[in-house]
Design a protein around this ligand. Structure first.
Ligand code: ATP
Ligand code: MG
Length: 202
């Protein structure tokens, strides 16, 4: 008798600007992986976050990707994805998911988002395509459900410890030479410093 057919792969898609990545992101990704029994969670680094770029200068995608890759190195089940960088142009999750679905036709796909992003899903382009292609995992920090279930999705709610860490605050800390230890993984801090990002070398 042959081996039992493998269960379809389960893949989490956790997108972000990751400018820079921090331990809040990693905790969210790992909690989603465990709660939904995902084989893999992809940290998908936005190439051109079109909703952010008019608001502030965004760090070069290759630099942001290198820092994410350093952060997840050696962590089981987390992987940095450069799919949006390799595609180039504006980053649309719908294009990313179409590509992933073509490469992994049997896989179950899960879109992992924080509550801030969950509240904005209505503004995304081609969101109906996504609703048919993957299930939604809404990460509620500290058990505070500040958003209702976004309509049109199969939704999973996930409570994680509240870590009040944001990339915005970290950019400021780095620029001012303040502490970022234990807020950003050590290997990622080394990568930031070696690339001279966020004026972290002052
Ligand atoms: P910025 O301050 O520049 O907006 P950010 O810290 O919010 O950055 P993003 O790259 O915008 O990071 O977020 C990527 C994803 O990570 C989003 O789904 C967001 O909700 C989630 N996220 C951000 N910060 C945290 C955190 N502290 N804990 C859990 N999830 C987080
Ligand atoms: Mg954000």
């Amino acid at each position: 008798m042959g081996a039992a057919p493998a269960r379809p792969e389960r893949i989490g898609v956790f997108g972000g600007t990751f400018d820079p990545v921090h331990v809040g992101h990693l905790v969210a990704a790992l909690e989603a992986r465990q709660a939904l029994d995902l084989d893999l969670v992809l940290l998908v680094v936005a190439n051109d976050p079109w909703q952010k770029r008019d608001v502030r200068a965004v760090t070069a995608a290759e630099d942001r990707y290198a820092v994410v890759a350093a952060a997840v190195e050696g962590i089981d089940g987390l992987e940095a994805s450069r799919i949006e960088i390799d595609r180039g142009g504006e980053s649309l999750t719908a294009d990313t998911v179409a590509e992933l679905a073509a490469v992994h036709p049997r896989a179950g796909l899960f879109l992992v988002v924080g509550t801030d992003v969950a509240a904005e899903l209505g503004t995304w382009k081609r969101v109906e395509e996504l609703q048919g292609a993957l299930q939604l995992v809404v990460v509620d920090r500290g058990g505070i459900s500040s958003v209702p279930d976004p309509p049109g999705w199969k939704v999973h709610r996930l409570e994680i410890p509240a870590l009040e860490i944001s990339s915005s605050d970290l950019r400021q800390r780095l620029a001012q030479g303040r502490n970022v230890d234990f807020l950003i993984p050590e290997a990622a801090i080394r990568c930031i410093r070696s690339r001279g990002l966020y004026a972290s070398n002052r």
